[in-house]
Design a binder for this molecule. Sequence first.
Ligand code: DC
Length: 224
Amino acid sequence: MIRDIIIAIDGHSGCGKSTTSKLVAEYFNYKYLDSGAMYRAITLYFLRNKISYDNEELIKKNFDNITITFKYIDGYQNTFLNNENVEREIRGDKISNNVSKYSSISLIREHLVSIQKEMGKRRKIVVEGRDITTVVFPDAEVKIFMTAEINVRAKRRFQDMKKNNPEVTYGDVLENLSERDNKDSNRKDSPLRVADDAIVIDTSNLEIDEQALKIIDIIKNKFS
Ligand code: DC
């Protein structure tokens, strides 16, 4: 057993961050927080209510009407927006194509960051995202930055997406990933960057299990 800590994991889109983070959380019997799901759920709320990302006044007024929670169903963490299971909807193209606009708004970031900090108060949690090691939990005991070559990430994502969408091309996926990298890293507020004390893991030549084991080993070596 390790003592109660925060394990913060940031990194690029498409390097298996979520699956790896869940495996690490399961291993240590920790809670798991997918901060990207919160940005996706809040984007869904604002799109449904036709509130534009630049309407700060309406955004602020609506914070009290938005509750985002998580519940395990069949071993899989589902995201709930005001008690409605929106897990499927937030993973769709409509949200994927709009979330970076809403997640670049400082007002929205401040709101979600304060909820995330509250959720990590008791520690014993694995939190993944883009600003977890730098902004949300700069005091986390373990900080990991996951990356992989863009063509490797695109290939993995393409294999995955092909199953549900036979029309998708490798070129589309590559272009989409590179656009996301660009937006994540060049955002004014809390851009994706490697924290000074983060351990960088390049997953280009690793399977998911190997990635998870690598992180688990780092934590065990440091804390047991
Ligand atoms: O990890 P993901 O693809 O589900 O994240 C969805 C979006 O939210 C993505 O555009 C990056 C953004 N995000 C963020 O700005 N900060 C976080 N901590 C997590 C995600």
